[in-house]
Unconditional design. Sequence first.
Length: 281
Amino acid sequence: MTSKAVLITGCSTGIGRATAERLAGRGHKVYATARNVASIEDLREAGCETLALDVTDSESMVQAVKAVEDAEGAVGALVNNAGYSQGGAVESLDMDAIRRQFETNVFGAFELAQRCLPGMRAQGWGRVVNVSSMGGRFTLPGGGAYHASKHAMEALSDALRWEVKDFGVRVSIIEPGVVLTNFPQAHAGAIGDAQADEGPYAVFNAAVRERVDGAYEGFLAAIGTKPAKVARVIERAITSPLSKPRYRVGMDARSVIVLRRMMPDRVFDAFLRTQYSRPKP
């Protein structure tokens, strides 16, 4: 029998939690995961199985995939959702912090895919759904590390989609716009060290933090997307026999990506100058 069990990362809050609840509620076999399994124990009441999984720890990933394969035969669908934002001017960021950004947002996702793919190929069916962002299609000042990780997710997903299609495995990228979660609080924590710096980027980093907070309080918050809507799109990517390579979620994601594509780089830079103040000597 073909396993269609779903393994989801980052289920303690936001998109991951909403996806686990939706899929379990609609009859899917769901394995919800988080670094701290105690934070998701309540998802058992929603019909999920829960597992500890840290996407920066290879042994943790091995054990989680093995647990699903022992119970189901294979991971049928992998939803790579775990991730966070690292803000701040590139020069002001600690290199270890940038490495952690990529370990969480990129390397963990693709190591998990590598570990799930043998089972998917063996059964001739599988889905890999990578939660990226509209930020994987353009870059804003003060978000170099975060945007770089999402651009990497897009590129690796495009390559993987082509490589595994004839094995019966489909790969989709989810590109949400502003999602009404605890993102601004997490972003504020990530930018904290850079903002505290008294160097040449201190004022700029503080302004970036305020801009992210403002986005979740102003117009973008009014048109922002709820995690439940992203969860519905993820379900579509898993269940559709002809799942699309990309799903843009939210009016802001659809409009901003199109506008950026239409703008030459110098025009886009000129637009950014109306929105951001450059760091100055």
